[in-house]
Write a protein that binds this ligand. Sequence first.
Ligand code: C2O
Length: 362
Amino acid sequence: DPITTPDITSNCRDLISGVNDPDNAIRTRKCCPPDIGKTVKDFVFPVEKTLRMRWPAHKGTNKQVQDYKRAIQAMRDLPDDHPHSFKSQAKIHCAYCNGGYTQVENSYPDNDIQIHNSWLFFPFHRWYLYFYERILGNLINEPEFALPFWKWDEPAGMPIPKMFLQDIHGILNPLYDVYRNCDHVLDRIVDLDYDGTDKDVSDQKQIACNLSTVYRDLIRNGGDTLSFFGGEYVAGDKPVASGAKSVGSVEAGCHTAVHAWVGAKYEPNKEDMGNFYSSGYDPLFYCHHANVDRMWKLWKDLNPSEHADPIDPDWLNASYVFYDENQDLVRVYNKDSVNLDKLKYNYIEEPEQVFPWRNARP
Ligand code: C2O
């Protein structure tokens, strides 16, 4: 049977696990969403005509950047117990990754839902960003609002995008987060194969390595459906350990390396990006994940005959529950996550896109 998220408000455990030195955890370990008396209903596809076009974060127009900052600020200004607040949105990641929910209502009291390290990884994060984007758009009344993506697969996009850094004039930037590795913030090229130690290499060399790493994750290690998505994970399974062989190629590769590279190295849990429970507190998390989500799209486009979404019913029917942009509680299924046209968003690509990693065989 598929993993089926219970009602997230009435069936949530409010003290999560997976945190080192819990007394010194920087963020809250109580991750359940607010209960505003809603019952779960089924998701319906959006009906609007417009398409939200997600944009490369290092190349945003002034309007894109200002709208984005305004929306995040509006989110930060909501009271914490609002389902759309910055904190409530951050806690979603924690609840789904650090033991907030069990797999099927009352059936597997000892089995947590863990949406990492398996084939739930891509669809869960797609839905998470889908609602996050629509909530932000509503907050600033901008129906075409779209998220930026951290385009770390293109040389010019490899450093942390500038808009996420502290403002040099000391104005509080809503996109800034203090819990980052300070050695990596200014103009430093990300290391997509980061293992905890900075490599002593030139920018040119780091760029070349990164392109090979993208090639590795999308082409060499992602040759078939399960190697790309990650292994099966169904009701009754214990959460898959990170480092297991069945973790999908992008998840295990670029995705996790970027988390570790951004998180503050000396905090007890490498907050924020270095731990599941705290990742959602860094606005950069959603920007990184937009590019991870884009990798799913690029992978399918690379080889439409062989690069296919899973068709196993246990994948198709796995479901999660989110607050949508109207504060309704909705149940969403993996099977409804596969078509971007239906979800009314896409990614801006260069005209005649030539992917620089395409021939970067390691
Ligand atoms: Cu849910 Cu990048 O982690």
